[in-house]
Design a protein around this ligand. Structure first.
Ligand code: MTE
Ligand code: MO
Length: 235
């Protein structure tokens, strides 16, 4: 696609059946609150799960591949109001990698860490929803650098920023962790309830956020192009 076609596909449009305040985009962009940041170098799946830093499980890609595979189709809703529809994710349900007696003992909060240094806070209840996936594949292909290789947390009922790309660790916590993203991170960020921000009202956010979509997506594309592993950088 030319840049112009990409920009046109990124202009958010009204569409029936979307959650409150959301608009549809026709291309699935790379997106981030730090769009120029490079994706991490590619490597194998390694996921550590811990409670207050004490390891309870460690999973590799080979182990995940032997577990029950789940596939689900869903939409990704970015807090800046864009929605991309019909993504087919494949992976393993987070609730199924934890033993039932372990699930009963989990403290109420969690922090998910990513290889690009992003970290995101959760209420444990949201992570235990049956549609929360440790995704390894998108539309039948292994995840790429753009969309979160090698492992991504998919939580369809929460805004995009809770769908952590390049996932490396989940640490459960007794007390609510401080967000590294500041007040723009809502602990729960449930799309249906329009929990966009920890303190600002939705009417004040929707329009300014909407204007950020195209510039942010173009910057994120540039971040990908200039990363050490990109084809463009290698030539
Ligand atoms: N590790 C990591 N995960 C992330 C982000 C990020 O910058 N780093 N951006 C989040 C945001 S704001 C959104 S909307 C989605 C975008 O996913 P995409 O880049 O696959 O479109 O990823 C989320 N997960
Ligand atoms: Mo987002």
């Amino acid at each position: 696609m030319t840049t112009w076609q990409t920009v046109r596909a990124l202009v958010p449009r009204r569409s029936a059946g979307l959650p409150p305040g959301q608009r549809e985009v026709r291309t699935f962009p790379r997106f981030s609150d730090k769009p120029l940041r490079w994706p991490p170098p590619s490597g194998p799946v390694e996921l550590s799960i811990s409670i207050e830093g004490e390891p309870i499980t460690h999973l590799t890609g080979d182990q995940l591949a032997t577990m029950d595979q789940a596939e689900q189709v869903g939409d990704l809703h970015c807090v800046t109001t864009w929605t991309y529809r019909g993504l087919r994710w494949q992976g393993v349900r987070l609730s199924s990698v934890l033993a039932p007696d372990m699930v009963a003992e989990l403290p109420p909060f969690a922090v998910a860490h990513a290889a690009d240094k992003q970290s995101v806070i959760f209420a444990t209840d949201d992570l235990l929803m049956p549609d929360v996936l440790l995704a390894t594949h998108l539309d039948g292909e292994p995840l790429d650098q753009r969309h979160g290789a090698p492992l991504r947390l998919i939580s369809p009922s929460q805004y995009g920023y809770k769908n952590v790309k390049h996932l490396t660790a989940i640490d459960f916590r007794k007390h609510e962790p401080t967000s590294t993203l500041g007040p723009k991170e809502h602990l729960r960020a449930r799309v249906a309830l329009e929990e966009r921000h920890a303190s600002l009202p939705n009417w004040a956010l929707r329009l300014p956020y909407r204007f950020m979509i195209v510039p942010t997506a173009l910057a994120a594309e540039r971040g990908l192009r200039t990363s050490p592993e990109s084809d463009a950088a290698a030539q």
